[in-house]
Design a protein around this ligand. Sequence first.
Ligand code: SAH
Ligand code: 2HI
Length: 363
Amino acid sequence: MDFSTSNEESELSQAQTELYKHVYNFVGSMALKSAMELGIADAIHSHGKPITLLELATVLNLHPSKIGVLHRLLRLLTHNGLFARTTVPGIEGAEEETAYGLTPPSKLLVKSNSTCLAPIVKGALHSSSLDMWGSSKKWLTEDKEDLTLFESATGESFWEFLNKETESDTLSMFQEAMAADSNMFKLALKEGMHVFEGLTSLVDVAGGRGGISKLIHEAFPDIKCTVFDQPQVVASLSGDENLNFVAGDMFMSIPPADAVLLKWVLHDWNDEQSLKILKNCKEAISGRGKDGKVIIIEILIDETSDDRELTELKLKYDLVLLSMFNGKEREKKEWEELIYGAGFSSYKITPICGIKSLIEVFP
Ligand code: SAH
Ligand code: 2HI
């Protein structure tokens, strides 16, 4: 009998493996979420060197019956590069033991580090980010225009949800995630200094708690920075002489300045809303004539220059923003349409931090 697999069979089983990889993508995300909640990266960091399974289980306060579970969780998380597996010498001449260390991505989970993205993991994988996906068929088949997937699933918009009295923890979670992302710009800002040179004032429109403005303020203490956001976000915040917080609605009007910064803002809004925001930005910088500018920090989808994995991440972001806000990540052509549509005359794109680009827009 011939047991060699036929072409048809091997194609079928390859297809099955390929499909299952997509099905179980979520397990990697959930294992990461568990690691973040347990504080595995913090424990390794405090230990100061790679930690053995038993030591880790002890400092994490795990029940002794769960040591095997921790081992299996770490087996996946080392396989996919989130943690590193090494060996340490055994105590008193005993055999060497397996130990777990940090890798570049898990160093970003250490809460005592100044660049920590744990708040992003927490928010992006929180039930308020995930549960709505169960309603996608209902959303796509119902005849309610403009409703977001989030609204279709919960009956309210994501902003309404965040701004409810009872959800102040969720609003904080969201704002902390945005601030954590902004903090990553420390190094990028140093390299992109020229963008801010010569400005006397800057408004950080929808700037949240002012994460990026604080960095700009440190680097350029003479620029008068204004963080402009919704009252419930900035009401309780205070800065100093050259860093102040102003409450308002960017769809109504934006305080005047030499330059406007929009970081991670336009992707929350559809084209019509984004045009309105950009036109208000143009008005805000009009006092400076041709020397004013709008600085946009956002994702640029670029399938020709980016590798497949980076594009995949950007396309995933696009669906996340679609589901939460009917927002979108944009390709160059779409950015151009918005920029010229709002009446600006030119723009310049520079890749900046991780997956984002910096787009300078001139009147
Ligand atoms: N730019 C910040 C925050 C991005 S999150 C950062 O990158 O860290 C988007 C922000 O838009 C939130 O802080 C939200 O409060 C703000 N926002 C939403 N609607 C707004 C409006 N109508 N006017 C001003 N800000 C608004
Ligand atoms: C916290 C963080 C995020 C979130 C929800 C949260 O939704 C994100 O980092 C993502 C997305 O996953 C996001 C990023 C920028 C933005 C909106 C959402 O303007 O509670």
